[in-house]
Design a protein around this ligand. Structure first.
Ligand SMILES: C[S@@+](CC[C@H](N)C(=O)[O-])C[C@H]1O[C@@H](n2cnc3c(N)ncnc32)[C@H](O)[C@@H]1O
Length: 355
């Protein structure tokens, strides 16, 4: 498929607000471009020596009690219960604590992210550490962010002596993840040379999925891939929704703008303890680097515009977008695109479907 003109042209070729707006609008109504924009990933610098310093034992948060759980043991039902009992814990619904009982699913998560020796992996919500264990076994250095202080301490105890896991006891939705990662990696993304070996692999609480996706996907300057176990229905909504259907939402434009997303496999609810009321699924997002994002003047303005247009789906775009541009600029933009001034989002979708 050929890229839309808006993605091929030099930005300096857009002389005024109306053409700039046409560019936004055509980006907005094009959905096929996302899959055609294969991000050219740059060769990773060798990270191993940097990580030796970061993960040296003195940087790992130590807990008073020494490791009581064997890091190599499989995390089945009994091991999970034992780990929880050793901390006097029962799973908390408010923390989305549905622990993975099937080690082969953890291994498939690691495989989906193509984790290799020396990769740095951010894990959100390590819990009892079953996925952490699979990541460590694959040779990764793990930065684990856990909100529950008891489970954070458990991870510190379980993996402290490996020197391969750094635990941060924090709420992911409130922590400044970009700052954490940039300081750990010793980069700020400004060089454009992200290490392709920095990834996110996590079985997250289903209720923070949108927060996680919104925070991580724009981090293509630091991260190469994000692999998440989320609710099956959410996975399908994020990855499979197509334009012209009621499932197509601003989040789909967001996902396609920043990544190439793929639904990997379904995870039946029977694999979790306690069993949730829904099935899970694994989704992979290959992050685009900033240089590969569609050309727009400001992502913030672009996504505000997208949200406004979706909020007034049956309103004429001229009305929905009046907070961003003057009516005549919007009309000119629509006419530049060969569309009537009465166009609304449904009409754009219909036209797109006809193409
Ligand atoms: C679905 S469980 C997964 C546990 C483990 N990774 C596994 O696969 O068994 C989610 C984990 O995320 C933790 N958690 C919940 N909310 C969190 C948040 N906002 N930030 C970080 N961790 C969180 C929970 O305490 C729990 O350990």
């Amino acid at each position: 498929m050929e890229l839309p003109v808006s993605l091929r042209s030099d930005p300096s070729a857009y002389p005024n607000k109306a053409t700039e707006l046409s560019r936004h609008s055509s980006l907005f109504c094009n959905f096929g471009w996302a899959t055609t924009m294969a991000a050219l990933l740059q060769s990773p610098p060798s990270v191993s020596s940097r990580w030796t310093a970061i993960f040296s034992p003195c940087r790992v948060r130590r807990c008073e009690k020494l490791c009581t759980v064997n890091a190599r043991r499989e995390d089945d039902y009994h091991a999970t219960l034992k780990a929880l009992q050793s901390r006097g814990r029962t799973p908390r619904k408010s923390l989305g604590q549905h622990y993975m009982l099937n080690h082969s699913i953890n291994e498939q998560l690691v495989k989906a992210a193509e984790v290799k020796e020396g990769d740095v992996v951010l894990e959100i919500g390590p819990g009892t550490g079953s996925l952490t264990n699979a990541l460590v076994n694959s040779g990764a250095m793990v930065v684990a962010i856990e909100k529950d202080p008891h489970m954070a301490m458990h991870i510190g105890d379980r993996f402290g002596d490996t020197g391969k896991v750094k635990v941060l006891q924090e709420d992911f939705t409130r922590c400044h993840i970009r700052l954490h990662l940039s300081s750990l990696l010793g980069c700020d993304g400004s060089t454009g040379n992200r290490p392709n070996s920095t990834k996110v692999v996590a079985n997250i609480p289903f209720n923070i999925t949108t927060d996680v996706v919104k925070q991580l996907l724009p981090m293509g300057d630091i991260l190469s891939q994000v692999v998440l176990l989320v609710q099956d229905e959410t996975a399908l909504r994020l990855v499979d929704a197509s334009l012209g259907t009621s499932e197509y939402r601003p989040i789909n434009i967001f996902v396609n703008f920043y990544s190439d997303a793929e639904y990997k496999f379904k995870v039946p609810r029977t694999n979790f303890f306690p069993q949730p009321n829904v099935d899970g699924a694994v989704v992979s997002f290959k992050l685009k680097q900033p240089a590969d994002y569609p050309e727009i003047s400001s992502p913030k303005t672009f996504f505000s515009m997208v949200n406004s247009a979706f909020n007034g789906k049956r309103k004429m775009l001229r009305r929905s977008l009046q907070h961003f541009y003057a009516s005549d600029a919007i009309e000119e933009a629509l006419s530049n695109m060969g569309l009537p001034t009465t166009t609304d989002l449904d009409l754009l979708q219909m036209l797109r479907d006809k193409d």
